[in-house]
Design a protein around this ligand. Structure first.
Ligand SMILES: [Zn+2]
Length: 364
């Protein structure tokens, strides 16, 4: 009998981040050019508007205890990294008062090769510290990033608490997204790993086994790394092949976990251009793994950048396909927590996100 077996059915609750718009990057570095940020506040607003048009359940703002949130963040991120994020904007502006008018982006990195640059260098300059904690120059850190990311993580924690209280489905409408953020680094528009916060909170609340099934176009590198040596959290990801797609340096099929976690990570990279039939086959394959694992709960980092119209990605899912994605996910028969990740066809992201949730609700 699973942890949730005796709990009653209840409608899906949606937690949205009231502070998300405080994080609004102006520009990102893209292959030598500064381009307008793809990860914009309107993304969440479109989802919210669609949820108001097609309500699935209650729309709530997260109300979580501040100390509980701090503890939940420290369960998946290093305390020093969280402190860095908290103070980063102030340090950026202290470098140069004119910085108040531009976002912080890293421009120098220690690489991490043995005997090349020290990862433990006692360097204090903010530019160096920024490079220590960021893995790309496409993720602007702004005046409101910490407040927004923290409130987004509160949505994930509140959604986990709902599942623990008996809900069969919950949606953390988080922004900024989270699945690229690792234990002590940010990148890929992500700062705090909301899906990892939720998965860990479910574990700490009494679930024995959690499956995290990442359906974003990009590999969920941060989530994989956070749980890589653990057998209690199965991490699965279907994504564009990192041989040609971001984040390039992780997400290959031969990464199966390490130590006690060996066998508890599975990547399914697919070629750019893959259609829904191919993608669904991969989904059914990982859902079989979720069942075989005996998960108590499922966490789905829900990226909608698999959409054919996405401006920066390369799969070919169409709008009606997302209803089927939701139904397939419901077939696992598990309490399921969705977090909001990528999806950059801004005007369509609301319909696509709510299609997944509606497909899930109708099938369960
Ligand atoms: Zn993505």
């Amino acid at each position: 009998m699973t942890f949730f077996a005796r709990m009653p059915l209840s409608p899906m609750k949606v937690f949205h981040n009231p502070l998300h718009a405080a994080h609004a990057g102006r520009q990102e570095m893209f292959r030598g050019r500064m381009v307008p940020s793809h990860e914009v506040p309107q993304r969440l607003e479109y989802v919210l508007a669609e949820l108001r048009r097609r309500p699935l359940g209650e729309l709530l703002e997260p109300e979580v205890d501040d100390a509980a949130l701090c503890r939940a963040l420290e369960r998946v991120h290093d305390a020093a990294y969280l402190e860095f994020l908290r103070d980063a904007w102030q340090a950026w502006v202290a470098l140069d008062p004119d910085n108040a008018g531009r976002d912080a982006l890293p421009s120098v990195w220690p690489l991490g090769r043995p005997h090349a640059f020290r990862m433990d260098a006692p360097t204090r300059h903010f530019a160096a510290r920024l490079g220590m904690h960021a893995f790309d120059a496409g993720t602007p850190l702004t005046a409101g990033t910490w407040q927004a990311a923290r409130a987004g993580a509160a949505c994930a924690l509140a959604a986990a608490q709902e599942l623990l209280a008996g809900a069969r489905g919950a949606f953390a409408l988080t922004r900024p997204p989270g699945h690229h953020a690792g234990p002590d680094y940010f990148g890929g528009y992500c700062f705090i790993n909301n899906a990892a916060v939720a998965a860990q909170a479910l574990r700490d609340g009494g679930c024995q086994r959690i499956a995290v099934l990442d359906v974003d176009y990009h590999h969920g590198n941060g989530t994989q790394t956070i749980f890589y040596e653990r057998a209690d959290v199965l991490t699965l990801s279907i994504h564009g092949d990192p041989a040609t797609e971001y984040p390039f340096f992780l997400g290959f099929a031969d990464e199966r976990g390490a130590g006690p976690g060996l066998g508890f990570n599975h990547n399914l990279p697919l070629p750019r251009g893959s259609d829904f039939a191919t993608w669904r086959e991969a989904l059914r394959c990982v859902l079989d793994e979720v069942r075989a694992f005996g998960a108590d709960a499922l966490v789905v980092p829900m990226g909608l950048d698999t959409f054919a119209g996405d401006p920066i990605c390369g799969f070919a899912l169409r709008q009606p396909d997302y209803l089927e994605v939701g139904a397939e996910l419901a077939s696992a028969g598990l309490p399921t927590l969705f977090t909001f990740e990528g999806g950059y066809a801004v005007a369509e992201v609301g319909v696509n996100a709510v299609h997944v949730l509606q497909g899930f609700e109708q099938a369960r």
